[in-house]
Write a protein that binds this ligand. Structure first.
Ligand code: TXA
Ligand code: MG
Length: 331
């Protein structure tokens, strides 16, 4: 199969709709990462998404809809706090989990009685979702466990030959996956951190819980228990306070003839003029937006990535730290 990256216009949207209604998959941009979409009503199409990615079959998918889609046709109950949050943050990088009405294929939620719904703000995503006008089940458009794609070229690198179309939407402005929020209980509970932060949710509706997955425990969001976001090369992560140790490790590897790079924010890069640096930038927004592209550059150009965490680790940086830790998990 030939994979093409197509600009979003009438003809590529028409082709995308034809592929989706024919049971195929189309990659499309969102403001977080690129998604690999299929018709959420079509079980074979949804199962195909798992096959293309090599995704474990107990990790449910998010359904994506355009901003005018009536989600009451998909879910049975939207609590008041969820309506308030939707009003404030949607369209945007917030996925909300509700009790499902069971009208989309059971394969989407892997048999759970809940459904995760996302209304992305990216104009290309909105155009695609409006054009097909059906719920689109979509995980991130990468091979399972690899780094998520934040550019059409990243999707191409992972899925070339496996899908027909990648809709071109440029670099994703957000850069890390959406916040996943359980809205089935009395208060919202964060299942996956993202750019809509716990503080932002608390400031809007008062209370917000956070589910912390413990190794061996039950996963409220099945995705938590899997290793994710990993580059195809060895990595090591140092805390901001341990920068000197990171620099020493860098020198040790470089002296041993290893083609190593330092992945860090601008504050650390300033002190690492001696090193090959992948500089993620200065602001929270830059660091999140550049993280996955930085990890991909690291694995493509180098043999070893030494990452140094940013100093500030709360708010939006909590999501970045979560990904960095998973990417640089024990190997
Ligand atoms: O930003 C994003 O969310 C991107 C773009 C493409 O929208 N999508 C994405 O999908 O990150 P994926 O499949 O890589 O991650 C979906 C996450 C997983 O952690 C999964 O376990 C969780 O959402 N999830 C999906 N349905 C769920 C449900 N019914 N209950 C709890 N967690 C759910
Ligand atoms: Mg993913």
């Amino acid at each position: 199969m030939l994979t093409e990256i197509l600009e979003i216009n009438e003809s590529s949207l028409k082709l995308s709709k034809k592929i989706i209604l024919g049971g195929g998959a189309v990659a499309f941009p969102t403001e977080t990462v690129y998604g690999l979409g299929a018709n959420a009503f079509d079980t074979a199409a949804v199962e195909n998404i798992f096959k293309i990615k090599g995704r474990p079959n107990d990790n449910p998918l998010i359904v994506h809809v355009h901003k005018d889609y009536d989600i009451s046709s998909l879910v049975s109950y939207v609590p008041d706090y969820a309506a308030t949050l939707a009003q404030k943050f949607l369209p945007g990088p917030l996925t909300m989990v509700y009790k499902s009405k069971g009208v989309v294929s059971a394969a989407v939620s892997c048999g759970l009685d809940t459904l995760a719904i996302r209304i992305p703000s990216h104009s290309g995503a909105q155009k695609f979702l409006k054009y097909v006008d059906i719920p689109i089940a979509a995980p991130s458009a990468n091979i399972s466990k690899h780094v998520s794609p934040t550019a059409a070229e990243h999707v191409f690198a992972d899925l070339n030959g496996k899908i027909e179309v990648v809709l071109q939407g440029g670099r994703c402005a957000g850069g890390i996956e959406s916040t996943v929020l359980d809205c089935t209980g009395d208060i919202p509970v964060i299942l996956r951190s993202g750019l809509v932060t716990r503080e932002m949710i608390e400031n809007t509706v008062g209370k917000c819980g956070e589910f912390v997955f413990k190794e061996g425990g039950t996963a409220r969001s099945p995705g938590m228990k899997y290793k994710h976001y990993s580059p195809d090369c060895p990595t090591m992560l140092f805390d901001f306070a341990d920068r000197e140790k990171a620099f020493n490790e860098y020198r040790r590897l470089a002296d041993g003839g290893i083609n190593v790079c330092l992945l860090c924010d601008n504050a650390t890069a300033e002190y690492a003029r001696f090193a090959e640096v992948i500089n993620l930038g200065s602001t929270e927004g830059e660091i999140a937006a550049n993280l996955y592209a930085g990890l991909r550059t690291g694995e493509n150009k180098y043999e070893y990535i030494i990452a140094v965490a940013p100093e500030k680790q709360d708010g939006a940086m909590a999501g970045v730290m979560n990904r960095l830790k998973k990417a640089c998990g024990s190997k």
